[in-house]
Design a protein around this ligand. Structure first.
Ligand code: TXA
Ligand code: MG
Length: 320
């Protein structure tokens, strides 16, 4: 691994991008201090410049030159959840390349848990910016092979095994006085977990789920597999018989559907989600469907359905 890490650092130092394993999904990393590297992230991913990147640190000292404030509440959360899948949006330092934050005055920061991500950042000596290592709008990669399939020889990938969490980090922001928390992107550090942890904080802090007013990353369609995905059984159609009728209708319309079956245990469902979406896309079908079940709600299911709803591009018309 030392030789691979040395090679990765050389690539980053010369303005290139590297596939970096993290516990959530694989990232496409560039040195935050190398403008060419940052440009290369957007070019390689075909990502629009309005979608900001998360800065990954491997030591609290790396926050210097990244954020201008690290308030008590953020410190408390960092002690509880870092290293780990929590991204905090904080006021940005002037030293941060504006391309990283899409011109916003705030920067997303996270301290990943994966030892190879930490080694890479520490060896480089600078934080890295890293979006998920997939083409813009597509399914995130949870193995090195997924990254290789997406970018071929264009991107050197560090092998870090399959991702343990399987869903991108929870993204949170604060109100200007740090008296409340907003969850902009749900993840494995759930609202319930944050609320429970905050009971130990010096004052009560409410937690809200909110679409980010500034983060455009949350476009309607995202995480999309290679073939269309459809959710059967939105609230209005929980009846399994009607769900089967919807499936039949798909067949009659000439579709070759494949079912994405979610594991009952949300930790496993999350871990396998993107890999299973890829498998379904490669199975010879031309549409994927997934059943919404009433028991699949709350906790980690919130993040799983957030991704599935954005990945879904087809809707069943039950009135036909
Ligand atoms: O788990 C993860 O977070 C993975 C791994 C690689 O660390 N990274 C990831 O990055 O998912 P990406 O670029 O695919 O998603 C980052 C999202 C943006 O789309 C945006 O919604 C939010 O994080 N974000 C980043 N910087 C922000 C900022 N300054 N203000 C608001 N939202 C921001
Ligand atoms: Mg992404």
């Amino acid at each position: 691994m030392e030789a691979e890490l040395t090679k990765a650092v050389e690539i980053l130092t010369s303005g290139g991008v590297v596939g970096m394993p993290t516990e959530t999904v694989y990232g496409l990393a560039a040195d935050i201090k190398n403008p060419q590297g940052i440009e290369n992230i957007f070019k390689t991913k075909q990502r629009p410049f309005f979608d900001p990147l998360i800065v990954h640190i491997a030591h609290l000292k790396h926050l210097k030159g990244v954020v201008t404030e690290f308030p008590e509440l953020a410190q408390f959360l960092s002690e509880k959840f870092w290293p780990g899948p929590l991204t905090m949006i904080l006021p940005k330092s002037k030293m941060i390349n504006p391309k990283i934050t899409s011109g916003l005055e705030f920067v997303g920061v996270r301290f990943p848990k994966h030892p190879i991500a930490q080694k890479l950042i520490n060896k480089l000596g600078n934080p890295v910016a890293a979006p998920s290592a997939n083409l813009f709008g597509k399914t995130s990669p949870t193995s090195s092979q997924h990254v290789k399939n997406e970018f071929g020889d264009k991107v050197f990938v560090l092998e870090g095994g399959p991702c343990d969490v399987g869903l991108e980090s929870t993204v949170i922001g604060f109100d200007p006085n740090y008296l409340s928390i907003k969850i902009y992107r749900p993840g494995s550090i759930t609202k319930e977990i944050i609320e429970k942890t905050l009971l130990q904080y010096i004052k009560p802090i409410p937690v809200f789920e909110e679409q980010s007013p500034v983060a455009p990353g949350h476009l309607k369609h995202h995480y999309m597999p290679a073939i269309p995905l459809m959710i059967i059984g939105d609230q209005e159609i929980e009846d399994p018989k009607l769900q089967d009728e919807a499936k039949l209708k798909l067949k009659l319309n000439g579709f070759k559907p494949i079912e994405l079956v979610l594991h009952n245990d949300p930790t496993i469902a999350a871990r396998e989600l993107y890999q299973n979406l890829r498998r379904c896309s490669e199975a010879g079908a031309n549409v994927i469907f997934v059943r919404e079940k009433p028991e699949y709600t709350g906790d980690l299911w919130t993040a799983i359905w957030d991704r599935l709803k954005k990945a879904a591009s087809l809707k069943v018309d039950y009135n036909v």
